[in-house]
Design a binder for this molecule. Structure first.
Ligand code: HEC
Length: 257
């Protein structure tokens, strides 16, 4: 019955045939034991430590705070509110983009968003807000208001070969059911807390992955054209999904299947 109602909600035969409510759970006992061990000793902690070294040698807290127009003391709570409007950029930017700005400001070569340095540095800077709650404010200004509307549209827009949207798998009426043995996660719930737990170590990839990259991976899996990192659309999507989980506690690096 459950499967039927999900299919009715989806209107997508392709996705329906992939859903199987009776399949085994995604993690077996050995996986669970490994997960417990990694919780104690997250392999991505090393990446975050490398990110700290990079950040301190290339930018530093004072220079970074200056670019954001805040005091060093206010850095953690400012970081907890990304993506946000940064005056010096004149637009809503992600944390990584704000680090790129700080590097450009210091006359340094600006690494690509997908580069290892950038991913590590951003993870470290986000970890400065650990234990704070995400405080994104989508009503703070006109730019944020526009971005959250755009992000919602992108989240709900059916695209690609299967005509799926993010919402096909992450809407309130389907989360908790399973797709190819994976539980469909409620991105904004305190349990999944997507926006506040990526950068995370992804066990299936044996690597630390950023939040925007994780969203791109879902696009790839669901045959939606991948939005480029740093594009206005991708930033808008990050605004929307972050706002779903507003108030969740930031814990970087996270640990994910
Ligand atoms: C075909 C179904 C499907 C579609 C469409 C889909 N996702 Fe997912 N998504 C999943 C599944 C299943 C998982 C959990 C996978 C796992 O456990 O590794 C997931 C996980 C995620 C996560 C990580 C959750 C966590 O652990 O924090 C994010 C973020 C995410 N999706 C965002 C998106 C966005 C944004 C879109 C639209 C661009 C999208 N997804 C489209 C099925 C889908």
């Amino acid at each position: 019955m459950r499967k039927l109602s999900i299919c009715a909600a989806l209107f997508s035969l392709a996705l329906c045939s992939m859903l199987n409510a009776d399949e085994q759970l995604s993690m077996n006992a050995a996986d669970k034991a490994m997960y417990a061990e990694m919780l104690e000793n997250n392999p991505a902690a090393m990446d975050v430590a490398e990110g700290e070294e990079l950040f301190n040698s290339l930018i530093g807290q004072e220079a970074y705070a200056k670019v954001l127009g805040v005091s060093v003391k206010d850095l953690p709570k400012t970081i907890a509110g990304f993506p946000r409007l940064v005056k010096a950029a004149g637009k809503v930017v992600t944390l990584s983009q704000s680090l790129q700005m700080a590097m450009a400001d210091r006359g340094q070569k600006v690494p690509k968003l997908e580069s290892k340095e950038m991913v590590k540095m951003t993870a470290y800077v986000k970890s400065l807000a650990n234990d704070l709650k995400t405080n994104i404010d989508v009503k703070a200004n006109k730019q944020m208001e526009e971005m959250v509307v755009m992000g919602k549209r992108i989240f709900e827009e059916r695209r690609g070969g299967r005509g799926l949207s993010c919402n096909s798998c992450h809407s309130a009426d389907i989360i908790g059911s399973r797709l190819r043995m994976q539980e469909l996660p409620d991105l904004g719930s305190p349990v999944t807390a997507s926006a506040s737990t990526w950068h995370a170590y992804r066990m299936t990839q044996s690597a630390m992955v950023s939040f925007d990259k994780r969203m791109q991976q879902c696009m790839k899996n669901a045959l939606l054209a991948e939005l480029p990192l740093g594009s206005k659309e991708m930033v808008a999507l990050e605004v929307y999904v972050t706002n779903m989980g507003k108030g969740n506690t930031i814990q970087i690096p996270g640990l994910k299947r």
